[in-house]
Design a protein around this ligand. Sequence first.
Ligand code: ADP
Length: 497
Amino acid sequence: MQTESSTLVARSPQVTEFLSKPRKLLIGGKWVEAKSGKTFKTLDPATGEVLAHVCEADAADIDEAVKAARAAFNGPWSKLTPSQRSRLLWKLADLLEQHTEEFAQLESLDNGKPLAVARIADVPLAVDNFRYMGGWCSKIEGNTIPLSAGNNFLAYTLREPVGVVAQIIPWNFPLLMAVWKLGPALAAGCTVVLKPAEQTPLTALRLGELFAEAGFPDGVVNIVPGFGETAGAALAAHPDVDKVAFTGSTEVGKLIVKAATGNLKKVTLELGGKSPNIVMGDADVEVAIAGAAHAIFFNHGQCCVAGSRLFVHEKLFDQVVEGVAAKAKKIRLGHGMDSGTQMGPLVSDEQLARVTDFLNSGVSEGARAAAGGARHGAQGYFVQPTVLVDVQPHMKVVREEIFGPVVTAHPFKTLDDVHIAANDTIYGLGAGIWTRDLSIAHRLAAKVKAGTVWVNCYNVFDAAMPFGGYKQSGWGREMGHNAIDLYTETKSVCIKL
Ligand code: ADP
């Protein structure tokens, strides 16, 4: 593992400056300390060193943030025209794009992901999402409806913003998850209180500075880092929040649903996954091997949609497993800011413990590691990219979401076998199919219960393509026009003429 400082990309002066001061909460357009005076540390997961100190919001700060969001919703934000909202979102996208390197570095340092990945994936996808959603502001239309109740009525629908929205996001794509949430909410005319994950608050806080620069009215976006059980829970339960949008674990998703019942706020959830990746007997083997490795190892497997159950037709099984294992062994682990790094550390010591517990449980239940299988090194939260074989459907490593670079490999015989096995999970977020047979591709795509099915590709995301889960992977779809639907109420107006 290469972690010598000489090989690390130099931090930009803006990043050094940003990390040098305690970062505050953004409430009502002002940067303020937490009422409790508390702060928490955010760490570099490659070294465990403190990157920055961050003010820690709790229920009292959440209350202020919700008040600010309500005031902005009733006040200046509601007075802007759709085209003014569009221009603000586009300006925000331009500013984010201009600061790509700074955001990519902050993301790499805070989350651990390779800088090159943050530069070409996280930041550009975030920019694109703001641009795409900015285009929607002026296209949120209702309908006119012919009524059978009589010809002397005019009925039409209006689409109105839901109101004040709480958004609670995870640490795997900290900036991108913030933008996936903020873009459609703002396009629809809502105001927001956003809680980033406690492990990775930095890019959301830096983004907070750009809202004022772009010209958004104060209080339209409020950013309140803090812990889940305190800040997150207070936000999900707040009686003056109209909707909560959450991305994270299925376990916490269920807590969010419970917390939301007090005022029956609207809920959307993007939760866990255990996505099947299916290599048919006729697949282009080399393409499928590369695709299967990418499906699980991208972002260190810390993707809700990671292709973590690899189903391979029995005639290709050994070849594909060997190929994916060989790729796993070649992956260069290191500090995200090292230009030679292909995979960084997991995000936290907690995550490291969780993933290594899964590895141990897999082996104790009879699985064998064809590659990896253990922690990597003694410093930082690195884990070896791992391929597990000899796995059975009942094993914990097969049933539960690991959220690390660990794939289980399963041979299959027929199309029917594999679609049943693929759907044998409580989750339904993503799926991959590798085949040259168009008929098989369509038949299987229709049978797999998943919100996104990729054929001969994986992890392709686009601001225009809906994303979300069947079963316990969530409620609702983000991105595309579906995301706008999630942030609007439909009002029927019926007039007797
Ligand atoms: P992970 O287990 O991978 O860290 P979580 O689902 O716990 O994922 O966290 C995702 C987000 O949910 C984070 O912002 C976290 O602070 C928040 N969170 C955790 N617990 C709660 C809770 N009880 N109520 C509201 N938000 C929570």
